[in-house]
Design a protein around this ligand. Sequence first.
Ligand SMILES: [Zn+2]
Length: 373
Amino acid sequence: MHFSSVTGQEGIKEQLIKMASSRKIPHAMLFTEEQGFGALPLVLSFVQYLSCPNRSEHDSCGTCPSCSKISKMIHPDLHFVFPVNTTSGGGSKPVSDNFITTWRESVSADPYLTEQEFYEKCGIENKLGNISVAEASSIFRKLSMTAFEGGNKYMVVWLAERMNQEASNKLLKLMEEPPDKTFLFLVSQSPDRILTTILSRCRIVKVPPVDVKTLATRLENDFRLEPADAFLWARISGGSISRARRLISESTESSAFDSLITSLINSSLSKDLSRVIMVWEEVAQLSREKQKEFCYNLLEYIRRIYMISIGSPGLSFVPASRTETFRIWASRINPAFFEKGIEHINAALGDIERNVNSKYIFADLGNRFFLSL
Ligand SMILES: [Zn+2]
């Protein structure tokens, strides 16, 4: 992958290129992000850049044998670790290598893919993946071998927070005595769940949200949107490409959470606290994935109401049968609410990712809606 194929993140690209030319590359780096900011694409472009003998000041060449193998993720000195789990057809102790073909296909098709999307492709969507001690042993074996092509060896660990305790301890040992010419690149969306001893051995790169303008341009091209609409989606998504994509595709489908969301908005507007509580109690009982879906749907509702309130109903994509309801909401909701509402929902999404207690997350979100709507 080229740096130029990574959306935005110019500051980080510049840092990485500087690091490459200084030849002072840390043995272990941790790229932290929120889903959809682009940590994995950055790591893939960085590895390609480091290995390319014909790189320019700005990017890898993309055509030499090394670039070609790295872009297909088949370079023998580039290894991948990612969370996996058992499938009905798989062995009892699955490791990343069992899913490497799916990994290559999925990441090639979309380096911004989400954890859940990857699990679906692997056929493990009902379980959480993990990085086991069997995996850590395999990392050890691979990195202790001599590089096949005589250059550096790279290990990319995607979603390092999924390492269990044993795997973490084993990886830590590797970090304490890193083999020569070996580089570990960890990606994490929940670095607070990684052992502090591992964190302290990594150079940490905080990948920020994609800037709104760049993200809007990408969305405009990918989805053939009007510039104003693309800009709005970019803002609502909080700089996350995967979140923006999901919101856009859901906006064209009818929402599975219509009645819950309608009830939440109506009862908050009419200051009916007991009904607000009923809604959040129901949402708190859903699975983690469904809770996320609820939040994405709620974001979409707010976007639609906002578009109507600023006099752009054409961009709201409200089905004809609901136009009147949305018009009434738009006339009753205080304009100051929109920005805050989006922040509250994005905070709830972050809390779901961090496995905060559901009751707490939705009691808080319900209260905030009740008070500020
Ligand atoms: Zn090259």
